[in-house]
Design a protein around this ligand. Structure first.
Ligand code: SF4
Ligand code: SF4
Ligand code: FES
Length: 501
């Protein structure tokens, strides 16, 4: 061969008989067009016959040559060695799997996770006996076509931090397959496809999509699967409408904003213009009682959707087996810890994304408590003293919400990170409503401090017109994952209890 240069290959070795890891170093002559697999085979054939590697097709089809090279998850046969851009290349086996020897992992745990997913079309015996094709339109195929490119190489499974930390998580490829069959128009799986909590255990960090050599984008498929689940948990049909149509989503949001402004116009109190009298313009009993009625309605809808989630994921799976009452209580700690800390997210490569998500959730929750639960104390005509805890909590809420929302919006516009490349219209709607809530909330505070009555009343009305559709997200839209994910952890524990009986 025409040698271009010599590179150093550091290969991690594993000897099962001694349970020992070592590193072997080889000097390999390379030239343009040579793949990493070629280099490893050169070592095996010329330098060290004991090196164990796995390969078959040598053309990126069979998925058997997956390795990690200089920290990147790759197919060795699909990667030009000069494209790795280094004269020293460290090759290690895939993670999250037991090793057989050297660079060869045992893929059994990866494939075992497919079994519960039922990776085939579910059809009744009657349908299967028909001597006709299962016809599908091109548009129906388009919904999941890219997921069919998966070659089951396991690279996404190796890259996923949740696979490492949570044995209950089926892994990106299996959940992608679940999505693939759930939205296949020929599938009759229906409720059987809704029994999985796995899609909620992923944190959408995007590491799997970055590692996928086939452009399957498993992170995006998992996100789509979650939308599919949300629309099925929701019995009202509102989620389906919001997710499937930009127009319906806009009409729903603008409609609620318009109804809110109409109610403010019809029900507002006296407009006092020589000083700020917000509690006269917006009588506390009307705003607070209206808020309670709206809150109870939204909470009931969310609880009913959670009850359906429980039905699909735990109750139907139990086949009559009962779960001890004590387990229902002890497992509740998973709801609380997941809601408050999202510990699984902290294991993703981008710690900043985790912290930002936490800040967003805390900011949103603290403002909800302040201005929904404690409204009689926070709807005021003069600003509270600087050392008042409610005022300080308000500053915390608005500052964190504004920072986290702007960070998320800018990230989605720049599309640099994998998890910000794809934005659904509901993502934008949620972020814009959050930002407007924050801005109008701060303006109310500023206008009260400046003692500007009319601007205060106007911006307060606009604030309500933003907050009402934002809160409508609670049982139907983007917000729901803050409830479904902690409960998915909870229901997963309950399911495990049934399985171990
Ligand atoms: S997005 Fe992140 S957490 Fe979710 S499956 Fe992919 S790698 Fe795992
Ligand atoms: S989704 Fe991509 S990385 Fe994961 S198994 Fe399939 S082809 Fe491999
Ligand atoms: S050898 Fe088949 S994908 Fe690499």
């Amino acid at each position: 061969m025409v040698e271009e240069k010599t590179i150093t290959l550091n290969v991690q070795r594993y000897q099962p008989e001694k349970g020992r890891f070592t590193t072997s170093t080889y000097r390999v002559p390379v030239k343009k067009g040579m793949t990493l697999l070629d280099a490893l085979l050169y070592v095996r054939d010329n330098l060290d016959g004991t090196l164990t590697i796995r390969h078959s097709c040598r053309m990126g089809i069979c998925g058997s040559c997956s390795v990690i090279a200089n920290g990147r998850h790759i197919l060795a046969c699909y990667t030009q060695i000069l494209d790795l851009g280094s004269d020293t290349i460290t090759v290690t086996p895939m993670q999250n799997l037991p090793l057989i020897r050297d660079l060869v992992p045992d893929l059994k745990p990866f494939f075992d996770k497919y079994k519960p997913i039922q990776p085939y079309l579910i059809k009744s015996d009657e349908e299967m006996k028909k001597q006709t094709e299962f016809i599908q339109k091109p548009d129906e195929l388009k919904r999941y076509w890219n997921t069919t490119l998966c070659i089951k190489c396991g690279l996404c499974y190796s890259a996923c931090p949740v696979v490492k930390s949570n044995p209950e998580f089926p892994g990106p490829a299996a959940v992608t397959t679940l999505y693939r069959f759930s939205v296949d128009s020929r599938d009759s799986g229906g409720e059987a496809r809704l029994q999985h909590t796995g899609p909620w255990l992923c944190y959408y960090c995007g590491d799997c999509s970055i590692s996928c050599p086939k452009g399957v984008e498993p992170a995006e498929s998992i996100m789509s699967m979650r939308r599919h689940l949300i629309t099925n948990y929701d019995w009202t049909g509102v989620s389906r409408m919001l997710y499937n149509s930009k127009k319906a989503s806009a009409i729903f949001t603008l409609g609620l904003a318009f109804i809110t402004l109409l109610l403010v116009w019809l029900l507002h109190g006296p407009i006092i213009t020589d000083r700020v009298e917000l509690t006269a313009f917006a009588p506390i009993e009307i705003v607070h009682n209206g808020g309670i009625v709206y809150g109870v309605l939204l909470a009931s809808l969310l609880l009913s959707n959670l009850a359906r989630m429980y039905w699909f994921t735990v109750k139907k799976r139990g086949s009559g087996r009962s779960i001890p009452l004590s387990t229902y209580f002890t497992a509740l700690k998973h709801v609380v810890s997941e809601f408050l800390a999202q510990a699984g997210y902290s294991r993703c490569a981008s710690k900043r994304a985790w912290i930002n998500h936490l800040i967003l959730m805390w900011g949103y929750t603290s403002l909800f408590i302040l201005f929904a639960v404690l409204l009689p104390y926070t709807l005021v005509n003069t600003i509270l003293p600087l050392n008042n805890p409610l005022r300080l909590a308000g500053y915390f809420g608005f500052a964190t919400l504004t920072y986290a929302t702007l960070y998320a919006i800018i990230g989605r516009l720049r599309k640099k990170e994998e998890f910000r490349k794809h934005s659904h219209h509901t993502d934008w709607m949620f972020l814009i409503l959050l930002l407007l809530t924050s801005i109008t909330g701060m303006l109310i505070h500023m206008f009260i401090a400046l003692n500007w009555p009319l601007p205060t009343y106007i911006i307060f009305s606009i604030h309500l017109a933003v907050v009402v559709p934002l809160l409508a997200e609670v049982p139907f839209g983007k917000w729901t994952h803050l409830a479904y994910r902690p409960f998915a952890h909870y229901f997963t524990r309950l399911k495990k209890e049934i399985e171990t009986q």
